[in-house]
Design a protein. Structure first.
Length: 314
């Protein structure tokens, strides 16, 4: 056989093998997995009378090892993209027997987690989620990893040197805006006036100061200024809006004392978001839920009523 024929023989042989494999092999059926209709609204921004009241964050279940505490992977990506399953190469007989794969969209459990977290924070309100997306990564379990690095010594020889570096288990986290259709509550304030016949300004002022002293801790009262000559006491009171202590509600009060009477007024209460341990506190903002407003209103009224009852009873 002539040597120049070898390339042609190899090419023809490869072609024959390709044809045989093509006739013997096939791919399994494919299925397009789309996000269920009931979940698609979670990706959208608020519309109509929906308003954002909070943000929730949940951690993903799978992790990867990283040498960076903050991996440089883009965040803010939307969830819910369509993908395909199947299409695997196998024998023709197995492909004919195979059925199209079916599964729940891989992001739907994440939406369930986000919605459950929103409802956990607001168990008494009708809330939903919008703008669900990836948030980034949380680095945990920092530890030292041993590795080897080649270096050239002074004698010109190459040596392997043992070194250490920090690695992390990085979990993805996901975020969503919490929305409600509940209207914004009106400002929370209160005022009251009452009289105590024949009592002097000094007597009423003293009684008011004693009541404030006795209630400073339980009602979280802070006196900012007092002037017995003007008969004025100015301070703030902190309300317990929720059992989990995730909000601080404060209202500034002014107590004007005069002969035979008292005027009390509270400025509109403001809210600050915090954690249960109250280690981090946000900026003051209006009270955004009626349930929180009702709780704060109740405490302001109780403050006023209790002080009035104490002064009138003495």
């Amino acid at each position: 056989m002539k040597k120049e024929w070898f390339p042609h023989i190899i090419a023809v042989g490869a072609f024959v093998v390709f044809i045989v494999l093509g006739l013997a092999c096939a791919t399994t059926p494919t299925t397009t997995i789309e996000l269920s209709e009931s979940y698609r609204g979670f990706l959208m921004p608020p519309t109509g009378n929906e308003r954002v009241i909070d943000t929730v964050v949940v951690r993903g279940g799978t992790s990867f090892v990283s040498r960076e505490a903050q991996p440089s992977i883009s965040s803010g990506q939307r969830l819910g993209a369509t993908y395909q399953l199947g299409g695997e190469l196998t024998t023709k007989s197995k492909a004919e027997e195979a059925t199209a794969p079916s599964e729940r969209h891989r992001h739907e459990p994440i939406f369930d987690q986000l919605l459950n977290e929103a409802k956990r924070h607001y168990p008494s309100e009708a809330v939903n989620i919008r703008n669900a997306k990836t948030g980034g990564f949380i680095a945990t379990n920092a530890r030292q990893e041993e590795y080897y690095e080649n270096t050239t010594g002074s004698d010109g020889k190459i040596y392997s040197v043992t070194k250490y570096r920090t690695i992390y288990d990085c979990f993805p986290y996901y975020t969503a805006d919490v929305i409600t259709t509940e209207p914004m509550p009106p400002p929370v304030t209160h005022s009251e006036s009452f009289t105590k016949p024949k009592a002097t300004r000094a007597d009423i002022f003293r009684l008011a100061r004693v009541w404030i002293r006795d209630n400073t801790s339980s009602r979280r009262i802070t006196v900012e200024s007092e002037n017995i000559d003007l008969g004025e006491i100015i301070g703030t009171v902190t309300c317990s809006a929720r059992a989990d202590q995730t909000y601080i509600i404060t209202s500034k009060f002014v107590i004007d004392v005069m002969d035979a009477g008292v005027d009390m007024r509270f400025e509109p209460a403001v809210l600050q978001r915090t954690d249960p341990a109250q280690q981090r506190t946000g900026s003051p903002e209006p009270i955004f839920l009626q349930s929180i407003a009702n709780s704060a209103q109740k405490e302001l009224v109780d403050f006023s009523t209790s002080l009035r009852s104490y002064i009138l009873a003495r």
